[in-house]
Design a protein around this ligand. Structure first.
Ligand code: 2NL
Length: 374
């Protein structure tokens, strides 16, 4: 049964004490049952509302009706009751508020001793890593790095490099052309560069001799993908132009570079070759760094050099005077300067270095493959 304020009839201290005791016991019990803020509002109004609140009724039923001679004492007692009611109502609110914040803290708390989220570190792509290593060997020799556009004109990719008009590389069989270029003169038609050599022409137009440059970059050829071909691959070319550059400079420079890249015990060898932009042209070989040049791994034939003991690593040659003719106006007079150039496939070198058996693995983005190079 909910507590109701009785009408006081006996105004003796003992009777008042009893009435006050019952009231305070009810207050305490009701306060203890309050759980939420809306419970508390009802509780507060029940005890403190001006109209029909318990305190108002105490005033009406106890104090107002007290005979004069007891007024002082009853008045004091009623005041005490008032203070206790106000205090209890206040404390009840504090209690439920701190209980609410404790439960919020408990649900929102974090365990700061748990380990953090580890983000996997990326790794340098093996082809880019190989290119950076090659570039740094040449930078240490004083070569500068140059880059240029992947979409090129026929002029920079073929014409200025001494490719005759009907050279097979100019056929759609070998080169990826940008569509709808037929209305332009041949030299302005766009294509995907098939080598990084156009950047060498662009650099010679820009910088007067002497010149030492290396050019890494992506190139494209119209090849169907298989284990050793990809329509997109990476090349690094180098060019040195000065007065009195000789084939001896080419051999000494490249021999040093191969020792820096593959170890000081590597041997080099040259055999004749052909490129439209060099004369003479050569292919450079290095002794197989897998089998040490023996052609055998134990009793098995060495697969890296196909048992020959030698690996074809790059193409090179002395810059053809016809190429210098295209940049003659910038100081490249073929009667005054000479130069050597070389080019190598970065993907092929990465395949050899890391023993990868399929070039496609480099470009499929499979993390299980790539994370082996971290
Ligand atoms: C290869 C062979 C080569 C060059 C690239 C070059 C550039 C100019 C003039 C003369 Cl501007 N030559 N570049 C020369 C010889 C070979 O690349 O097998 N590359 C993968």
């Amino acid at each position: 049964m909910a507590y109701t304020v009785p009408k006081l009839k006996d105004f003796s201290p003992a009777a008042l004490d009893k009435a006050a005791e019952r009231l305070l016991a009810a207050l305490k019990k009701e306060s203890a049952d309050i759980k939420t803020e809306s419970d508390w509002k009802l509780f507060r109004d029940r005890w403190m509302a001006r109209k029909n609140g318990v305190l108002t009724l105490v005033n009406d039923f106890w104090l107002k009706v007290t005979p004069k001679e007891n007024k002082r004492e009853i008045g004091q007692r009623v005041n005490q009751i008032k203070q206790q009611v106000v205090q209890t109502v206040d404390r009840t609110l504090s209690r439920i508020q701190s209980a609410a914040s404790a439960s919020r803290l408990a649900t929102e708390s974090i365990d700061i001793t748990l380990p953090g989220n580890r983000r996997p570190l990326g790794a340098e792509h093996p082809v880019i890593k190989t290119m950076n290593e090659i570039v740094s060997v040449f930078r240490n020799l004083g070569y500068s790095l140059e880059e240029g556009p992947i979409i090129e004109t026929d002029y920079y990719n073929f014409e200025a490099l001494n490719f005759p008009p009907n050279h097979p590389a100019r056929d759609t069989q070998d080169t990826l052309f940008v569509a709808n270029q037929e209305s332009k003169p041949l030299r302005d038609r766009l294509l995907l560069r098939t080598h990084t050599s156009p950047v060498q022409i662009r650099t010679m137009e820009k910088i007067k001799p002497p010149l030492r440059i290396v050019i890494p970059g992506k190139v494209h050829r119209n090849d169907p993908p298989d284990a050793s071909h990809s329509p997109m691959f990476h090349q690094i070319e180098g060019l040195a132009v000065d007065t009195n550059i000789t084939l001896g400079d080419l051999k000494g420079t490249l021999d040093h570079a191969m020792k820096a890249l593959f170890g000081s015990s590597v041997k080099t060898s040259f055999r004749p070759s052909f490129f439209p932009f060099t004369e003479p042209s050569a292919e450079m070989l290095i002794s197989c760094f897998i089998c040490g040049g023996s052609g055998k791994r134990g009793s098995e034939p060495c697969r890296s050099c196909k048992q020959t003991g030698w690996i074809e690593i790059l193409g090179c040659g002395m810059v053809d005077p016809n190429v210098f003719e295209f940049v003659k106006d910038n100081g490249y007079d073929p009667r005054k300067v000479s130069g050597f150039a070389f080019g190598m496939g970065a993907d092929r070198i990465a395949i050899l270095k890391y023993g990868v058996d399929d070039i496609q693995l480099f470009f499929q983005g499979d993390v299980r493959f790539l994370e082996q190079f971290g």
